[in-house]
Design a protein around this ligand. Structure first.
Ligand code: IPE
Ligand code: IPE
Ligand code: MG
Length: 249
C-alpha cells in the first residue's frame, strides 16, 4: 500500500469547528532536539519532520483551512553546519518529486523566500510544482524556503524603490497596502494564527509583516511528534480568541 492510500484508508474524524482561521502559519521547530533525544543525527529529525508536514497539510485541507504556510528554512539557517544544510536541501528536492500526491489531492503549492540562493535544480522543481497546481482553488500550501521576514520586507522596499526611480510610483503614495503589494505572495491574506511547537516563544523572523495581527499558539511538543490531533486542538483554541484589530468589540 502506498503512503497516500494508507492515509485514505484511515478513518478520520473531523472536529466540529466554529471559527477556522483563513491563514495559518506553522513554524516547524524541534526536529534537531527530537533526533538528539534518540541519539540520532539531526537530519533524522528533519526527515521525520517532513512526514508530519505532509500529514498536517492534508489535515488543514480536511479542516477547511484556505492557506497554510510552513516555515521550512530561514535566511538565518545557513549558519548551520554544511552537512545539515545539505541534508535539508536534499529533503526539499526529494519531497518536491513526491509532491504529486498533493497535486492528486488538489492542494495548490506555492513558495515564499529568496529563491536565488537555492540550487537551479531545486528552483526548477519549485516552479514546476507551482505551475502544476496553480489551478486549484481549495487549500493553498505555502512553503517558506530561504525565507526571512526582514529579508522579504527589504526586497519589497527595493522593488518599490525601483518603481520610484523609473517614475512609476510616487513616494507619497507608498502606504502599507502598496508596500505589501511587493511582498513575495501579495495576494495571500495576512496570518490569522501562528503555531509554534518545541517550546520556543518567538517568531524567528517568520512573516513579521503578515503576522502583525495574528494570534499565537505555542506548545512544547517537538515538531516530529506533532499529531493531527495536536493540530485540531490548536485550531479549536483559535475560536476562543477575541480579536479587535485595534478597535472596540
Ligand atoms: C526546525 O527544527 C527545522 C529547521 C529550522 C530547518 P530545528 O532543526 O531548528 O530543531 P531544533 O530547534 O534544533 O530542535
Ligand atoms: C525557525 O527555527 C526556522 C524554521 C523553523 C525554519 P529555528 O530553529 O531556526 O529558530 P531559532 O534559531 O530557535 O530562533
Ligand atoms: Mg530550532
Amino acid at each position: 500500500m502506498t503512503e497516500a492510500s494508507v492515509i485514505m484508508a484511515k478513518s478520520v474524524t473531523i472536529p466540529e469547528l466554529t471559527d477556522v482561521p483563513v491563514h495559518v502559519g506553522v513554524i516547524m521547530d524541534g526536529n534537531g532536539r527530537w533526533a538528539k533525544k534518540r541519539g540520532l543525527p539531526r537530519k533524522f529529525g528533519h526527515r521525520e519532520g517532513v512526514k508530519v508536514f505532509r500529514s498536517i497539510t492534508r489535515r488543514a485541507k480536511a479542516l477547511g483551512i484556505k492557506y497554510i504556510t510552513f516555515y521550512a528554512f530561514s535566511t538565518e539557517n545557513w549558519k548551520r553546519p554544511k552537512d545539515e544544510v545539505d541534508a535539508i536541501m536534499e529533503l526539499f528536492e526529494k519531497n518536491l518529486d513526491e509532491v504529486k500526491d498533493f497535486i492528486d489531492e488538489e492542494i495548490r503549492v506555492r513558495f515564499i523566500g529568496d529563491r536565488s540562493a537555492l540550487s537551479p535544480t531545486l528552483q526548477a522543481k519549485m516552479l514546476n510544482t507551482e505551475k502544476s497546481s496553480e489551478h486549484f482553488t481549495g487549500t493553498t500550501m505555502i512553503l517558506a524556503i530561504n525565507y526571512g521576514g526582514q529579508d522579504e520586507i527589504c526586497r519589497a522596499a527595493v522593488k518599490a524603490a525601483e518603481k520610484v526611480k523609473n517614475g512609476e510610483l510616487d513616494t507619497a503614495d507608498i502606504t502599507p497596502d502598496v508596500l505589501s503589494g511587493f511582498l513575495d505572495a501579495p495576494d495571500i491574506p495576512p496570518l490569522d494564527y501562528v503555531i509554534r511547537p518545541s517550546g520556543e516563544m518567538r517568531l524567528s523572523n517568520f512573516m513579521i509583516w503578515q503576522a502583525a495581527y495574528a494570534e499565537y499558539y505555542f506548545t512544547d511538543i517537538l515538531w516530529p511528534d506533532f499529531k493531527d490531533e495536536d493540530f485540531d486542538k490548536a485550531i479549536m483554541e483559535f475560536a476562543n480568541r477575541g480579536r479587535r484589530f485595534g478597535g472596540v468589540k
